[in-house]
Design a protein around this ligand. Structure first.
Ligand code: UDP
Length: 160
């Protein structure tokens, strides 16, 4: 018998990582992936996709009433993004730690080793995304990687 909690049990957890358009156009993809792998994550799925306004607005629906929303949608549709399913124990929290704070300008001072410090610019152009909770991770992974019902290769480990 073993406990199935996703924290501390050795069970892998999944989160959604994304390299945003500024990360791709700034040629940071290889460096970001290197940091991901060196930090012990497995990239179990990945896909390059160009979001349209509808996709981006749905992905960021929770921010639809915010003043920065229009600019955010313009930014997120300005070029392709790379979405990845990242797997590791405690992946949601560990990936948030690795990317650093939302404001990349502040990250350069407070979290100089974070990914946002490495390749982000400011509060908007922060080069990467990470799910902020288990619930978000589940929704965001399903948003990009809808699995066929028969494909249980990864689903077996889906403890989110
Ligand atoms: N964002 C922005 N202005 C703000 C706050 C956020 O342009 O004042 C953008 C930024 O690209 C951020 C995204 O909107 O990554 C989503 O915001 P959230 O607060 O969810 O930050 P995150 O979870 O990405 O750190």
């Amino acid at each position: 018998f073993r406990f199935c909690s996703s924290n501390g049990s050795g069970e892998k957890e999944r989160t959604l990582g994304m390299i945003k358009p500024d990360g791709i156009s700034g040629n940071y993809t290889d460096r970001i992936k290197q940091v991901i792998l060196e930090s012990g994550f497995e990239i179990s799925k990945e896909m390059v996709i160009q979001l349209d306004e509808e996709n981006a607005a749905e992905f960021y629906a929770e921010h639809s009433s915010r003043s920065f929303f229009t600019n955010l949608i313009r930014y997120m549709t300005s070029g392709p993004v790379l979405v990845m399913v990242l797997e590791k124990e405690d992946a949601v929290a560990r990936w948030r730690d690795l990317i650093g704070p939302t404001d990349a300008g502040k990250a350069k001072i407070s979290h100089p080793h974070s990914i946002r410090a490495m390749c982000g610019v400011d509060l908007e152009k922060n080069c990467v995304h990470g799910s902020d909770s288990h619930q978000s991770a589940k929704r965001e992974i399903a948003f990009f990687f809808k699995e066929a019902p028969s494909d249980d290769a990864v689903g077996k480990h889906d403890e989110l």
